[in-house]
Design a protein around this ligand. Structure first.
Ligand code: ADP
Ligand code: MG
Length: 695
């Protein structure tokens, strides 16, 4: 006898081909069918009198054919007028056989299911499902609403319904355990798991369809909360597993680190010192650090990372820093060379574009331990890269990477029982509730202070018809010895088009600004050329840098005080905030011009206003979350990796704090039964590791 955890092939009628199709829907076990919720429902529980049918409604109707004709207006079609004692409606068919036409002749009784629309001659149904009936026969009504499931090629609704029915029958025979802590259920008066599942697959007639469609029905919330709990627990468990393995403790207050701090051309802010202390404290332990540093653009995360790197290196360990783009990796490389080489630390670098000889050299230096510090892109963590004694891994702009990449790199440092310490940095300030869910495996420090002497960036929103005035501003800024960025519109998702648009813009600006030296940078340039252009801009040889959004993250040129962003209405708020963060890094008053193409939608207007009115990344992120949803705030990869079936981080945001309470309660119970319960919640929702965490 099969149970809920059996593979779907245990069900009647499921062979290898069907199992394969179900797998595409992430349905592998019988239980998965229960969590495969309907997208919507059809109401076949009652016959709707024709007079009561409304536009847009899908319903079951019945009537007698009053008139049947084939017409040729525009397109050959069969029109069948039916009536009951309350009203009339027309059935319209574009495709029909002669047999169908004959069966739908005057005097026949027919029952139909379909969507009611306004047609040229009143209400109609286009291509309804129908059955011809005897005069005394009543249509067969369903006892409950009919579910419509997410589908895939060659897997029909009828088949899905029949499979779910089998799964429900198994569930009734051997009900799944209620795993949600009592406290959560008491608090929110939620139905039990079994009640929720029964209800959602076969809701009774006459329910509130709106609350179902919005996902706010208590039964839906019941499942969402358990799913979020499972996600949260799996991250927490991952963290505990990592921390059970040892790490090499790194002494705090080391001499070299002090030397590094003393040599800096500025004093670290209080926030930077505090975060560096948090890190020092973590690294001094014999379990691996797992810390996220959040800090708004320009808050000075890099130097904090370098401080941590120096401490690790002084302890005789290697440190690796991973950045999301080559451009940013190059910039970090330059900074780390400038900061660390005077301390006799050897810094190397590794990215995908490195020529094979240079790559071999870097790889050798990493594996024999000659290189103490390496800066690079995700190329750092691919096969073939090995470290002599990796002790600290730093990931910059974490939101650009998925959870998997974060996990993949811990393996690089695995040496017997020891894992490297992990430091993760992000400039995307994440609202607290989201952070608790997406980064439940990390401790968090926040750099909540900007270096002194910064003046907030003044932001204006300008239609592109006033482009000439903007060009004048660029000219003025350059005359005053300052520098500017001009960010070109994103063209679709194509690299090539992005690059062409940027090239054209650069050409036009060169003509309009003959006295200004204009550079162009985009993702298709070779690393070497990008670096040359960036250093020319840093050195002030280039005054205006035309760029695609490749400069979005991290680029740092304090003398630049003007940022122009074209087609700002197409970009996300966090992305715009990051771009804007390229200016306002020196002491000169800086501005940011957001150019847009009218007309602006209401939301677009609201979004640009948020940016104009706030310089605070947290405020902006919260608004971005409200306006666009968590996928955009966290980065699609991040939420994609969470792979939620039922819950929705925006809609269900209010459930998150309850989820955390429940998780804490479950984790406190360290008996075997308590641990088993956690494993079962995770297994129920996340299943085997193939779904999560080890891609
Ligand atoms: P982000 O947090 O956006 O990564 P960076 O690390 O790139 O910021 O730092 C931005 C700029 O501020 C850099 O030029 C850096 O040298 C400078 N900086 C960092 N900390 C301080 C400080 N305490 N005082 C003055 N300037 C600082
Ligand atoms: Mg940075």
């Amino acid at each position: 006898m099969s149970d809920l955890t059996a593979p779907v092939s245990a069900l009647k009628g499921v062979g290898p081909a069907l199992a394969e199709k179900l797998k595409r829907l992430d349905v592998e076990r019988v239980e998965d069918l229960l969590f495969q919720l309907p997208l919507r429902y059809e109401d076949r529980t009652r016959v709707t009198p024709l007079v009561a049918t409304r536009h847009g409604q899908r319903c079951l109707i019945r009537g007698e054919v009053l008139l049947s004709e084939v017409v040729f207006r525009g397109r050959r079609s069969l029109l069948v007028r039916i009536g009951d004692n309350s009203g009339q409606i027309t059935l319209r068919f574009f495709y029909f056989t002669n047999a169908q036409r004959d069966a739908l002749a005057k005097g026949a009784f027919v029952s139909c299911y379909g969507e009611v629309r306004h047609g040229p001659a009143g209400k109609e149904m286009v291509h309804p499902e129908y059955t011809i009936q005897r005069a005394d026969e009543t249509p067969e009504t369903a006892p409950s609403l009919t579910p419509v499931y997410p589908s895939t090629d060659g897997l029909h609704q009828g088949r899905m319904r029949q499979l779910v029915k089998q799964a429900l029958a198994i569930m009734r025979r051997s009900p799944p355990d209620e795993l949600l802590p009592q406290i959560v259920r008491d608090d929110s008066a939620l139905p039990t798991l079994v009640e929720a599942i029964e209800y959602l697959h076969a809701p009774p007639p006459g329910i509130d369809m709106d609350s179902m469609a919005s996902g706010m029905h208590p039964c839906q919330r019941r499942l969402a909360i358990e799913e979020l709990l499972a996600q949260h627990l799996s991250l927490r468990q991952l963290r505990m597993q990592l921390q059970q393995e040892g790490a090499v403790p790194i002494a705090i207050g080391s001499a070299l680190r002090q030397q590094f701090i003393d040599r800096l051309p500025f004093e670290m802010t209080g926030a930077q010192q505090r975060v560096l202390e948090d890190i020092g404290h973590d690294m001094a332990l014999t379990k691996p650090m797992l810390r996220l540093v959040q800090g708004d653009v320009g808050s000075g995360k890099t130097v904090v990372a370098a401080g941590a790197a120096v401490a690790a290196i002084e302890a005789g360990l290697q440190c690796a820093l991973m950045a999301p783009t080559e451009l940013l990796a190059e910039q970090h490389y330059r900074n780390f060379c400038a900061w660390l080489e005077p301390l006799d630390i050897s810094v190397t670098w590794l990215t995908g574009s490195l020529k094979s000889a240079a790559r071999r050299e870097s790889l050798a230096a990493l594996s024999n331990g000659e290189a103490q510090m390496v800066v690079g892109t995700h190329a750092l963590f691919q096969a073939g890269v090995s470290f002599a004694n990796l002790g600290l891994v730093i990931i910059d702009e974490q939101h650009r990477f998925g959870v998997h990449q974060r996990l993949a790199l811990r393996d690089k440092g695995e040496d017997g029982q020891r894992l490297p310490h992990q430091l993760v940095m992000t400039a995307t300030p994440i609202p607290r509730t989201l952070a608790m869910t997406a980064y439940a495996d990390l401790d968090t420090s926040i750099i909540d202070e900007l270096p002194p002497g910064r003046t907030p960036v003044n932001t204006v929103v300008v239609p592109d018809a006033r482009r000439d005035e903007v060009v004048d501003r660029v000219r003025d800024a350059c005359r005053q010895g300052r520098q500017a960025y001009w960010v070109c519109p994103l063209v679709e998702t194509s690299d090539v088009l992005d690059f062409q648009a940027a090239e054209e813009t650069a050409q036009i600006l060169r003509e309009q600004l003959p006295d200004v030296s204009v550079g162009l940078i985009h993702g298709r340039l070779h690393a070497r050329d990008k670096e040359a252009i960036m250093s020319a801009f840093s050195a002030g040889e280039l005054q205006l840098l035309v760029a695609t959004t490749v400069i979005e993250v991290g680029v740092d040129v304090p003398n630049a005080s003007l940022m122009i962003i074209e087609n700002a209405e197409r970009m996300g708020l966090s992305q715009l905030h990051q771009l804007r963060g390229r200016v306002g890094r020196g002491s000169a008053a800086s501005s940011c011009v957001l150019l847009y193409k009218p007309p602006l939608s209401r939301t677009a207007k609201a979004r640009l206003a948020v940016l104009r009115d706030s310089n605070d990344g947290f405020v902006i992120a919260q608004r971005d979350l409200d306006l666009r949803g968590p996928g955009e705030v966290l980065g699609t990869r991040q939420t994609g990796a969470m792979n939620l079936r039922i819950a929705d981080l925006t809609r269900d945001a209010d459930l998150l704090s309850g989820v955390q309470t429940a998780a804490n309660q479950l984790l406190q119970d360290q008996t075997a039964a308590g641990e088993l319960r956690i494993c079962r919640i995770i297994a129920r929702w996340i299943g085997s590791a193939s779904r999560y965490g080890n891609v």
